[in-house]
Design a protein around this ligand. Structure first.
Ligand SMILES: [Zn+2]
Length: 168
């Protein structure tokens, strides 16, 4: 059974939801029930921008709102809060999918030798393609060498460990 602390939700929204969504989520986590105008004011951004972000979060069922009417001027106010259960399960699902993809990548690079010219902008190639090109990079013409994946595997392991910690 996985569990995520609410504070970790912010960290994960950062990874999956982008900067704007993270700011809104963070603020609503601290102060549930803020209106669009209050959110815009606190974040120092245009209220239209905030509404756009809120609607995206609403489509994902990550936030919910209540509407109140002010008697004097008939103005409607939307007050927002996080659906924390939803946030946790959506974000958790994303983290699990990413871990699975990283494990597949890890599996691939631990069991296959790939060939590479060393240029960051060129793709790594599997053996049969390298043979087809006589071990010359089809993109830049440099010599292809067996690629040592140990650095990459280390980075993958670190990322998996980081995500797994969030899912503890
Ligand atoms: Zn190349």
């Amino acid at each position: 059974m996985y569990y995520i602390e609410p504070s970790e939700v912010v960290k994960l929204t950062e990874v999956f939801g982008g900067e704007e969504a993270t700011k809104v989520v963070k603020l609503l986590l601290e102060e549930p029930g803020l209106s669009d105008e209050e959110l815009a004011e606190r974040l120092g951004v245009d209220v239209k921008q905030v509404r756009k972000t809120l609607h995206r979060l609403l489509e994902l069922s990550l936030v919910t709102y209540t509407v109140s009417f002010e008697k004097e001027n008939g103005k409607r106010t939307f007050r927002w809060r996080l659906q924390l259960e939803q946030v946790v399960s959506t974000v958790r699902g994303q983290a699990i999918r990413i871990i699975e993809r990283l494990k597949m990548l890890r599996e691939f690079y631990s069991t296959n030798v790939v060939y590479w010219c060393g240029n960051a902008s060129c793709r790594k190639l599997d053996f049969s393609i390298a043979v087809d090109h006589f071990f010359k990079c089809p993109y830049c013409g440099n010599q292809l060498q067996p690629y040592d994946p140990s650095e990459m595997l280390k980075a993958i392991d670190e990322k998996i460990a980081e995500l797994s910690r969030l899912l503890r």
